[in-house]
Design a protein around this ligand. Structure first.
Ligand code: EPU
Length: 315
């Protein structure tokens, strides 16, 4: 996950900026800056048009600087999580931020880990296992970043992010650093209500456990997911939210759409709530297939499926 992102910056005139503003927004950063960057390479779905500019800030200070400069120039910015995300074929105007360089993990007292926003969940779980810290086993197999998982309140049947979050560090829209305790963060199904900004770090309250036991749970769960989900194919994870007391995958299979295909996008034959990219899939193919699935499930099972997938960018 994914850090699923939100669009920020100017609300009223999101596209009212020019090349000079774009250049001024990213001037003097320590991190890497790519103009006209294909987002295909930055998403787990391997789909998506270009970003006007893609920035990988070197550190938190770089994030602050970027936000200050972009806000001053009225240039919108968007944090790319890359999983559970579909970028439309026209790409994203303004600045796309990737937190890939923010990947430090610190051990703190009382079984607490502080992970920078760009740390991948698999890396974090590996670290927790080495410290015999339990609490993140539910996330085995989730490919997103820790920041993305917090923003989305990522979860599985075994648990969800809100069970472990102790606090969040974010860079607000003025470019200042704000630390929020969990008591100030309302969580709901696949959503954390956070102030506008960029999550650059997360404190996780874990608990001391037995390393072999934690490792075993993670292994078993990974096996279960590898057996039931198309983890080896480019995808964006589950496309739809599970309706109350049911499974979107079960419903889609029941209406006969497992394996349905538009262009290079296919309803996975392994798990029907996944769509997989079999090559050169376009975002429009995904949107068309989503429409087809929704209509069939509504008509034949009477259920309106809601998207878990976040859709961003221009057509
Ligand atoms: N099922 C089918 N056909 C399918 C897929 C599933 O009949 O094509 C049936 C299964 O046989 C099972 C039931 O549906 O009886 C539930 O399936 P599964 O255990 O795979 O769980 P799920 O409800 O489909 C949820 C999460 C997944 C998470 C798994 C495993 C959501 C929307 N889905 O799926 O999360 O990996 O549990 O814990 O919350 C994601 O968030 O991206 C995601 C994939």
């Amino acid at each position: 996950m994914s850090a699923r992102g939100r669009r920020h910056g100017s609300k009223s005139s999101a596209s009212n900026f020019d090349k000079n503003d774009l250049h001024a927004s990213v001037a003097g950063l320590e991190g890497t800056v790519f103009f006209h960057a294909s987002l295909r390479d930055y998403t787990s779905f391997k789909i998506g048009g270009p970003a006007d500019v893609l920035v990988e800030p070197a550190d938190v200070e770089d994030v602050c600087r970027l936000v200050r400069q972009a806000t001053a120039r009225n240039v919108p910015w968007f944090v790319l999580g890359g999983t559970n995300l579909l970028v439309r074929d026209g790409g994203i105007r303004g600045i796309v931020v990737s937190l890939g360089e923010l990947r430090a993990i610190k051990d703190e007292q009382g079984s607490v880990l502080y992970a920078e926003g760009g740390v991948g969940m698999p890396t974090l779980i590996g670290h927790a296992i080495r410290r015999s810290l339990a609490g993140l086993e539910w996330a085995a197999g989730i490919p997103g970043t820790v920041a993305g998982c917090v923003v989305m309140n990522a979860g599985t049947r075994l648990g969800e992010m809100k069970d472990s979050v102790k606090g969040v560090r974010l860079v607000n829209t003025k470019g200042g650093i704000v630390d929020l305790p969990v008591s100030k963060i309302p969580f709901s199904y696949r959503r954390a209500q956070l102030p506008r900004g960029i999550v650059v770090g997360v404190w996780l309250q874990l608990r001391q456990g037995v390393r072999a036991e934690i490792e075993q749970i993670v292994k078993d769960y990974l096996h279960y997911r590898r057996d039931t989900q198309p983890l080896a194919m480019p995808s964006a994870g589950c496309v739809f939210k599970n309706p109350p007391k049911d499974s979107a995958g079960r419903l889609i299979e029941a209406v006969g759409l497992k394996g349905a295909r538009i262009g290079d996008v296919e309803v996975s034959t392994k798990h029907a709530n996944f769509m997989v990219n079999r090559g050169e899939a376009r975002a429009q193919d995904v949107l068309d297939l989503i429409g087809r699935v929704r209509r069939a499930v509504k008509r034949r099972a009477g259920v309106s499926l809601e998207l878990e997938l976040k859709i961003v960018g221009e057509a």
